[in-house]
Design a protein around this ligand. Sequence first.
Ligand code: GDP
Ligand code: MG
Length: 356
Amino acid sequence: MRIHLVGGFLGSGKTTAIINAAKLLMARGQRVGIVTNDQGRYLVDTAFVQLAGLPAVEVSGGCFCCNYDDFTARVDELANTIKPDVIFAESVGSCADLVATVIKPMLELRGTGSQPTSLSVFTDSRLLRLRLSGEELPFNDDVNYIFDQQIAEASLLVINKADLLPPAQREELLAAARAAYPDKQVRLQDSRTEAGVQEWLDLIESSQSALPTRTVDMDYQRYGQGEARLAWVDERFELSVPPASGREVIARILSDLQSRLTASQAAVGHLKVLVEAGPVRHKASLTTLAHADWLATLPDLPGEKVQLLVNARVEMPAEDLSRLVRQAVDSAGVPVTLLHGDQFHPAQPVPTHRIR
Ligand SMILES: Nc1nc2c(ncn2[C@@H]2O[C@H](COP(=O)(O)OP(=O)(O)O)[C@@H](O)[C@H]2O)c(=O)[nH]1
Ligand SMILES: [Mg+2]
């Protein structure tokens, strides 16, 4: 069994790439399992992966490193139930230091248990371009530290969403990244289709060169401060909508929320929503640098009940973020029930193991 770890910042495209890679493998007759991960409990990603027809288990309520035993138990659960040839494990986008806290412990402490085969670190091409040209990212420096440290430990860096840069900038960025990280394999990728992830999949399936084993120095105080700057709000609402107006109501709520976030000048890590109405399920994502079409793909929503699961990770106080989400939901002027909700800042990371 191969275990491919996929890390990298919030919204960089990890889940998208994993789903397409898993579909390719399944078409080749391979069995695939997925482990999702988040600090929260009500996860858009897990639901989205399951909706794609892929077996998923989750490590929720904290990162793999701080829940190492839970992580290995989930891997073993998949191994014993669906008996996959390949497992993809996506670590939460605020997590770093995976070599010391996940890879080395698995290699050194697990005996005969299954072990990791690769780590791919994903980054949004537009954020990496800003970072490498010395321009400011919209986050606090301690959050930027996490972004940098994720990349620092990679031996395979996937510069994702390459399609969002003009061709000339793509090649420039690839050259700049290769110059900045001479020891890494660096690839440009568009993960939106199965064809787009094929070469990456073949690379991690065929070689051990994407498994880093060099621990990076990590300032846990800064790392913790960076995580604590980010707010997590996970809320599920049920809305009663007039017939044939579900799409319009949800579009109004999401664009209202986007305007409120813009007005508050808060840096968005990733705002993901899962919308469910009758048989229709749809995921929409607003990431640090928005793409114009994030609402354009919203489907028609049948019936008079719509469920909206919001997972928001934004640099601002959690209670302010929760208030913005509720104001946006209320702005639609339809009856709404909050089914469940969590709002918090991630706790200081305390890894179960850390092997230098
Ligand atoms: N244009 C473009 N969008 C992408 C690509 N990969 C992912 N996305 C979009 O980026 C958003 C965040 O993706 P997701 O896979 O949820 O990111 P994660 O937080 O790293 O798991 C979603 O709207 C995806 O559709 C890509 O290669 N190109
Ligand atoms: Mg994800």
